[in-house]
Design a protein around this ligand. Structure first.
Ligand SMILES: Cc1cc2nc3c(=O)[nH]c(=O)nc-3n(C[C@H](O)[C@H](O)[C@H](O)COP(=O)(O)OP(=O)(O)OC[C@H]3O[C@@H](n4cnc5c(N)ncnc54)[C@H](O)[C@@H]3O)c2cc1C
Length: 424
C-alpha cells in the first residue's frame, strides 16, 4: 500500500471535486491523506460567496462538499492563507503533490475613463458584499439614485441586476447578508439596465436563468422585440443549440405582456461603454453603438461591471492573463491547478468536477515514491485555524440562527464573529 499526502489550496467547488476525485482513485494499493487549506474561516468558495442568495437550490451542492470533507483522510485547515500564512515552497517540500484551487476573484476592468469614480464598482465587490464575505462587509454601496447600469452579458451580470431590481423583502427568506438586505430596503433604485457590448446572439447568459426572469413577481423585465428579432436573423439557420435556446428564452421575455411594477430591469444590446462621467461620483455612462458611430448616454448613480474575473498572483506560482500557467492542470514539479485558477472564470459548478477529475488522474499518474516529509501542522503560525469540527459548529450555529427567521442560514459576517461561533 502506498500512501500519499496531497495539499489542496482553496475550499471552493474545484478544491472539493479534486479531493473527491482522489478519494475515488484510492484503492487497496493506493491511499491519500488530503489537507485542504482555505484563507477564509468558512469553506465552499463561491457557493457561499458568489451564487445568488435567491438561488438556494444551487447551494445544496454544499452537502456533497461536506460528505467529501467527512470521509477518512480529509482535514480542513481554514483561516490560513497561502501567501501570508504559508508559502507554496513550504507546501511543495512537505506534500507529495500540491493542488492550487484558489479561483479567480478579481473583477476585470473596462479600462475606460471615469471607471474609478465613486459609484462605479465591480461585481467582484458587489456580490461578496451581499453574500456576507468578511472582506467586503464594510463596502459602502451608493444605492441613492433611481437608475443603475450593470455592464456585462453573463449570469453574474444577471444576478447583480436581479439583486438590484428585486423587491428587497423577497430576500428576507434567503441567506443574503443582513447589512445588504437593510441597504437594499432603503435603495432608491427603480431602473436597472443590463448593457451588453454585443448582440443577444452572443450573450453568455444561460437559458434557465433567462427563463426565470418573466416569473419575477415584483419586477418588469424588458427586452426589445426588435433586438431579438434582428439577432435571430444574424444568427442564421446554422445556429448552435445553446444560442437557439437562449434566443427562444429571450423571445419569450420580449413577447411577455407588459407589467406595471415599481421596479424595472431592461436589457440593452450592442452598446460599448466608452466613458463614465460625473463630478466626484458617477452621474452618467456614455455608450457608443457597437459597430456604429452613434453615441448616447444614460444618467445613473451606480455602475457595476460584470465582465469577468482574473486571479491575483500568488508568489512562487506562474500566472499569465489572470490564470495559472499550466498544461492540462500540471504546473511544474509537484504542483497542479484546478478550477477557475486553471481555466479562468467559465463554466458552472459542475464543470469543475470533470475538470478536477482529469487533473487528479494526471497527478496520480505522475506520483513517485511517497516522501513522508511532514505536513502543514509544522508551519501553522497561529492558533485560530478552523478545522472541519470548528466549521461544523459554525455551520450549525448559522443554520440554527436562520431557522426562526425562515432563512436557510443567518450568515455571520466578520471573521471575529465566525471564529466565535466556532469557539475559537
Ligand atoms: C457571482 C457568481 C455567481 C455564480 N453563480 C453560479 C450558479 O448559480 N451556478 C453555477 O453552477 N455556478 C455559478 N457560478 C460559478 C461557480 O461559482 C464557479 O464555477 C466555481 O465557484 C469555481 O470554483 P473554484 O473552486 O475554482 O473557485 P472558488 O469558488 O472561487 O473557490 C476558491 C477558494 O479559494 C480560496 N482562496 C483564494 N486564495 C487563497 C489563498 N491564497 N489561500 C487559501 N485559500 C485561498 C477562496 O477563499 C475560495 O474559497 C457563479 C460564479 C460567480 C462569480
Amino acid at each position: 500500500m502506498k500512501s500519499y499526502m496531497v495539499a489542496i489550496v482553496g475550499a471552493g467547488p474545484a478544491g472539493y471535486f479534486a479531493a473527491q476525485a482522489l478519494q475515488n482513485l484510492a484503492s487497496d494499493e493506493l491511499s491519500f491523506s488530503i489537507d485542504m487549506i482555505e484563507r477564509l474561516p468558512t469553506p465552499w468558495g463561491l457557493v457561499r460567496s458568489g451564487v445568488a442568495p435567491d438561488h438556494p437550490k444551487i447551494k445544496t451542492v454544499s452537502k456533497v462538499f461536506e460528505k467529501i470533507a467527512t470521509a477518512e483522510g480529509f482535514r480542513l485547515f481554514a483561516n490560513l492563507e497561502l501567501g501570508s500564512d504559508l508559502t507554496i515552497e513550504q507546501l511543495k517540500e512537505r506534500y507529495d503533490a500540491v493542488v492550487i484551487a484558489t479561483g479567480s476573484a478579481r473583477g476585470k476592468k473596462l479600462g475606460i475613463p471615469g471607471e474609478d469614480l465613486p459609484g462605479s464598482l465591480s461585481a467582484a465587490t458587489f456580490v461578496p458584499w451581499y453574500n456576507a464575505h468578511p472582506d467586503f462587509k464594510d463596502e459602502q454601496i451608493d444605492l441613492s439614485s433611481q437608475t443603475a447600469v450593470v455592464i456585462g452579458a453573463g449570469n453574474v451580470a444577471m444576478d447583480v441586476a436581479r439583486m438590484l431590481a428585486l423587491e428587497p423583502s423577497e430576500l428576507d427568506p434567503t441567506d443574503t447578508a443582513d447589512h445588504a438586505i437593510e441597504a437594499l430596503k432603503k435603495s432608491a433604485i427603480r431602473n436597472v439596465i443590463i448593457s451588453a457590448r454585443r448582440g443577444p446572439e452572443h450573450a453568455a447568459f444561460t437559458s434557465p436563468e433567462l427563463r426565470e426572469l418573466p416569473k419575477l413577481e415584483h419586477t418588469n423585465v424588458i427586452m426589445h422585440p426588435e433586438d431579438i428579432a434582428a439577432a435571430i436573423v444574424r444568427a442564421g439557420d446554422e445556429i448552435e443549440k445553446d444560442t437557439k435556446s437562449n434566443l427562444d428564452a429571450m423571445t419569450l421575455i420580449a413577447e411577455s405582456d407588459a407589467t406595471s411594477h415599481e421596479r424595472t430591469m431592461t436589457f440593452q444590446f450592442l452598446a460599448t461603454p466608452i466613458e463614465i462621467k460625473g463630478d466626484g461620483k458617477v452621474e452618467e455612462v456614455v455608450f457608443q453603438h457597437t459597430g456604429g458611430d452613434e453615441v448616447f448616454s444614460i444618467k445613473c448613480g451606480l455602475v457595476i461591471t460584470a465582465i469577468g474575473y482574473e486571479a491575483a498572483s500568488l508568489e512562487g506560482i506562474p500566472y499569465e492573463r489572470g490564470k495559472v500557467v499550466n498544461t492540462d492542470g500540471y504546473v511544474s514539479d509537484n504542483l497542479y491547478v484546478v478550477g477557475w485558477a486553471k481555466r479562468g472564470p467559465s463554466g458552472v459548478i459542475g464543470t469543475n468536477k470533470s475538470d478536477a477529475a482529469d487533473v487528479m488522474k494526471l497527478l496520480v499518474s505522475q506520483l513517485g515514491e511517497p516522501k513522508s516529509a511532514g505536513d502543514i501542522t509544522e508551519i501553522i503560525t497561529h492558533n485560530k485555524v478552523v478545522t472541519q469540527l470548528h466549521w461544523q459548529q459554525i455551520n450549525a450555529a448559522e443554520v440554527a440562527a436562520g431557522e426562526p427567521l425562515g432563512k436557510p442560514r443567518k450568515k455571520a459576517v466578520s471573521r471575529e464573529e465566525l471564529l466565535n461561533l466556532g469557539a475559537l
